[in-house]
Design a binder for this molecule. Structure first.
Ligand code: NAD
Length: 358
């Protein structure tokens, strides 16, 4: 069989390592910028103040109102603040919500974004943005929103609570896993996906043993970086669509939903994506023909890590499962196995109850 593919890399500069936050002023200068607006959530204001102190006169101000799913009003307020302060770049320090706010500013103004990720969500590697208007989240792709520079400093993730560290890393694993069977996957992306899954899943038990293990944090951030590249370069399938629907329509926490749904979505697709499953199994260190294969191994890993495995434990109402199944088949999207409503409804029931993937 011959191979055909297109590989489109997204240009960004990555500075990686414990303590690299100290290089922020030099990296702002490298962008040709002189007045940075610092973005964060209200919870991470102290980190933003540290950044502001590092930047000194290169800091235009702090906007500390980032929140999940980028409400349009928040984006508009941040854009107005950037204009008012005459900012010529933005520094987003935080998780996917804060990076998302930076992207909303860039989409409107073209301001360069420098991202300092403190979770493993991977948004900093993608040209994908999301904006929520009147409760409806719209996503799109635009090259302008891709951060120009990313500082990955594992010291900054030491404060991420263990539970969120685990679910956030499994969120990264989900990008890698679906990238392996995406219609636009390719050999380079597959290498990154497999290594990203391996790095994250091998580091998680070490992190569980010691949440302050900086080497484990470093491995997780490298894995998250690789999985973020995969997310940005490919078209995600069933798993990401289900999580988008569940998160958006039932307001469930992002990383936790990914953690619960992933083994079930992979089991749904397993028979139609044997090569992807073999690579995921190899990344997890299990035999491809082990009972239940990669989906069962991921489910078992989540259980060992004490991560949530049931939608009912993270706020999903059982009465919403029918609607979630309807929504999952409304807009078509590429997926190895065709979308069958009855089978998806059964998948959602198992995920709701925390049953083993089937
Ligand atoms: P998040 O950014 O919402 O952060 C969750 C909470 O953890 C926040 O309160 C935050 O302040 C806090 N936090 C983050 N890092 C911390 C740290 N090191 N120490 C202490 N607290 C910390 O969560 P997330 O999972 O990173 O991002 C989820 C959002 O990102 C969702 O809206 C999702 O849709 C979006 N996302 C977008 C993309 C994309 O490509 N556009 C990719 C992944 C996620």
């Amino acid at each position: 069989m011959t191979t055909h593919f297109i590989y489109q890399a997204h240009p960004s500069r990555v500075v990686f390592g414990a303590g690299v936050l100290q290089q922020l002023p030099a990296e702002i200068a490298q962008l040709g910028a002189t007045r940075a607006l610092v973005l964060c959530t209200p919870q991470q204001r102290a980190s933003a103040e540290r950044v502001a102190a590092l930047l000194g006169s290169r800091c235009a101000g702090i906007f500390a109102q980032a929140q999940m799913h980028v409400p349009l009003e928040t984006a508009q307020a941040a854009r107005a603040e950037a204009r008012r302060l005459g900012a010529d770049c933005a520094v987003a320090i935080g998780g996917g919500s804060t990076t998302g706010l930076g992207k909303a500013i860039a989409l409107d103004s073209g301001l360069p974004i420098l991202a300092v990720p403190t979770t493993y969500a991977g948004s900093e590697m993608t040209p994908i943005y999301g904006l929520t208007d009147a409760g409806v989240k719209k996503t799109g792709r635009d090259a302008r929103v891709l951060p120009k520079t990313v500082l990955y400093d594992p010291e900054l993730s030491l404060t991420l609570p263990l539970g969120l560290s685990i679910t956030s890393a499994l969120n990264a694993v989900a990008h890698g896993a679906e990238g392996l069977y995406a219609p636009d996957t390719n050999p380079v992306i597959a290498l990154m996906a497999e290594e990203g899954i391996r790095a994250c899943t091998a580091a998680l038990p070490r992190l569980q043993a010691d949440p302050h293990d900086l080497a484990a944090r470093s491995d997780l951030l490298q894995g998250a970086w690789l999985c973020g590249i995969v997310l940005g370069a490919t078209t995600m399938g069933l798993h990401h669509k289900l999580c988008h629907t569940l998160g958006g329509s039932f307001n469930l926490p992002h990383a936790e939903v990914h953690t619960v749904v992933l083994p079930h979505a992979l089991a749904y697709n397993a028979a139609q994506a044997p090569q992807a499953m073999a690579r995921i199994a190899r990344a997890l260190g299990v035999a491809a023909d082990a009972p239940g294969g990669a989906p069962a191994a991921l489910h078992a890993l989540a259980q060992r890590l004490g991560a949530p495995t049931a939608l009912r434990d993270i706020g999903m109402p059982e009465g919403g499962l029918d609607r979630a199944a309807d929504l999952a088949v409304t807009t078509p999207y590429p997926n190895p196995r065709p979308l069958e409503r009855a089978a998806l409804r059964a998948l959602l029931q198992r995920a709701f109850e925390g049953a083993a993937p089937a």
